[in-house]
Ligand binder design. Sequence first.
Ligand code: ZN
Length: 395
Amino acid sequence: VTAFDTVVGQHRAVAMLTAAAADAAAVVQGGDGPAMTHAWLLVGPPGSGRSVAAAAFAQALVCADGGCGQCADCHDAAARTHPDITRVESVARFYRIDDVRQLVSQASAAPLRGRWRVIVLEDADRLASQAEDWRPAAVLLKAIEEPAPRTVWVLCAPSVQDVPQTIRSRCRTVVLTTPELADVASLLVQRDGADPALAAFAARAAQAHIGRARRLVHDEDARRRRAEVLAIPSGLIDVHACLVAADNIIESAREETAESIRDRQAEERADVRASFGMGSQGMVAQGASKAIGDLKKVQERYERRVRSDVIDLALQDLLGFYRDVLVVQWGADLALINDDLRPAIDRLATGTSPLSTVQRMEAITSARDVLVGNAAPRLVLEAMFLALRDPAEAS
Ligand SMILES: [Zn+2]
């Protein structure tokens, strides 16, 4: 498997990055490479495979053969142990200035294995802007303006507008599109060995979000949680039901988050202990308790972020459900995202008006916006579910 084989349904982006990697190899040989540059911005909707494309590009740059998939460099890149590839994501809502400074100082070093040093910065939309704290973006900008000769920055973000203008103007942009459902389904069949019917269902239910589709294929709990979320609209008959629904979403997000980060957190704790020469018996070395305390804070921030992402996915599922209701109400010739829930969708479509469906979709969308701003999830969700309740049914 070569590096770019992992990137699904992104032919134009892959062509651009392949050409860049080829020119990057020419630069290493002392030639010039117009298709290569020091700063890249990969944009695309969530689930389109930004991180995967960034990882493939990084692999292609550190491999002598454009990401052959066979050599030691490719192997290390794929295993995420290559010393010249650094990948960072924001653990909090925004990057912290100290983390960006540390990254910039890493970026200035020459590559250990002599080709390229690649810094992949996930969530470049979390660099913030003047409205918040502009310093992380300013520090990064300086590094991108004066790059070390063999350093490449690869920034990932949902859209170009999410990245401070000063930064994006210095990057070459690669646009990823939402992959076709068929591409996602066939990836799940070929690479994950999924049953074709399950793969088709997962691709559709996840709205072509590759990571989610994969989870729906492999994880029965994920399928159960999706079903629980999508059962909510039909049960919003009174205020009590709305409050219970908000509570359920929050509880289930807490569960799912704890599950998904448990191993990672245990590993991080073990790393810190090991770095202070502590065994599992927990002898306290000097400085260790501060390091453990710092880690705990970072882990709590990360947990909050994962939890808010999980809640947002539930809201996206609900949005997809009402979108289906609207499709039925309009008699539009479009496939349903949640075809498996057709009876419930039909019931709501006949019992309510298209206008009220649009209003409900707006209530979900504005709840998502408010939650991005770090509002208290319970209050926002309660208000949202009250807005989703059908007044006619409630009277
Ligand atoms: Zn290789």
